[in-house]
Ligand binder design. Structure first.
Ligand SMILES: [Zn+2]
Length: 308
């Protein structure tokens, strides 16, 4: 993920960058940070999960098993990516209920971890946390009666193999965006909501300026209205991430990300990115923010087109 902070300083950061419960009368289950944490623990237990690895295959099977247990159909978007390490098979997963004819809100996270040769990099936060929360959101929204369909998109190959560039990064999102454009699916996607690195104990979500401005503002206003101001960062900046290919094809998109991970971002893409650095509370706060944000998309007057 690549970040540019402000107009004077260019900072290049290679990142990546109910089932119903008894007594709950709403059609929605209650979102649980502890459940999200459980999904993160399971991913981390597979070890490092770079694209094309047996560990990522096991993680993919785990994600798919969970999604099917929530009642989703899971589609595989398989392709071969040309990487600095040669051709590598990649596989995005898309969980759907509904064919999208009434409009789609896509919620997404990457699920690969960065290749770090000779190091045991387990990516509890990057991308365990966002993948875990996305699974929990899928569980909670499985019985939603909202006027559009939710699709849950688990993207492969977000991380750069060598050094972040247009061609060495975001392999899965670039492939899927092109496919959605070619198939005419893109016009059905009302909003693309990306989660990345949202498990940090010291949660600090950026105002990410590549995102569609109206959607980013809506995230901000929703946080304030729901007493979640404490998760908002004072940092504004442009981050290269999986939302960019979808923005490029005209889909309104927003990246919910905390790129201040540890002192001076020192846990990011290091072996410090372990379970003890993330918390169920942070994931639960972001989950609640997303759940409060979704109904806002239905309100008249919410403009979600890409800002100029
Ligand atoms: Zn990363």
């Amino acid at each position: 993920m690549r970040s540019a902070l402000g107009s004077l300083l260019l900072v290049v950061i290679v990142l990546c960058a109910c089932a119903r419960f008894p007594g709950i009368t709403s059609e929605r289950a209650v979102l649980s940070g502890d459940k999200a944490m459980e999904y993160v623990r399971a991913q981390v237990a597979f070890g490092p999960r770079p694209p094309g690895s047996p560990q990522l295959q096991k993680c993919r099977e785990y994600i798919e098993t969970q999604l099917r247990s929530f009642g989703y159909r899971v589609d595989h978007d398989q392709f071969v990516a040309q990487t600095p390490y040669g051709p590598i098979r990649m596989n995005n997963l898309i969980a759907r209920k509904g064919n999208g004819e009434r409009g789609v809100v896509a919620l997404a996270s990457h699920y690969d971890t960065k290749v770090m040769e000779g190091k045991y990099f387990v990516g509890a936060n990057d991308a365990g946390s966002s993948t875990g929360l996305l699974l929990e959101l899928a569980r909670v929204l499985a019985e939603a009666k909202d006027p559009f369909d939710y699709w849950f998109v688990f993207l492969d190959g977000e991380e750069a193999f060598i050094e972040w560039s247009t061609f060495d990064s975001t392999y899965g999102s670039r492939h899927l965006a092109q496919r959605w454009k070619n198939e005419g699916t893109a016009m059905r996607i009302r909003a693309f909501i990306l989660l990345d690195m949202i498990g940090d104990k010291d949660l600090d979500i950026w105002y990410e300026t590549n995102s569609t401005t109206d959607l980013m503002d809506l995230v901000w206003n929703t946080a304030r209205k729901n007493g979640l101001d404490s998760v908002l960062s004072k940092t504004r900046g442009a981050i290269g991430d999986d939302h960019l290919p979808f923005l490029d094809i005209g889909i309104p998109s927003v990246d919910i990300i905390d790129l201040n991970y540890g002192p001076q971002n020192s846990y990011h893409h290091t072996t410090n990115d372990t379970l003890d650095k993330i918390s169920p509370e942070s994931m639960e706060k972001v989950g609640k923010l997303v759940l409060a944000f979704l109904p806002e998309l239905q309100k008249p007057g919410v403009r979600s087109q890409k800002s100029e």
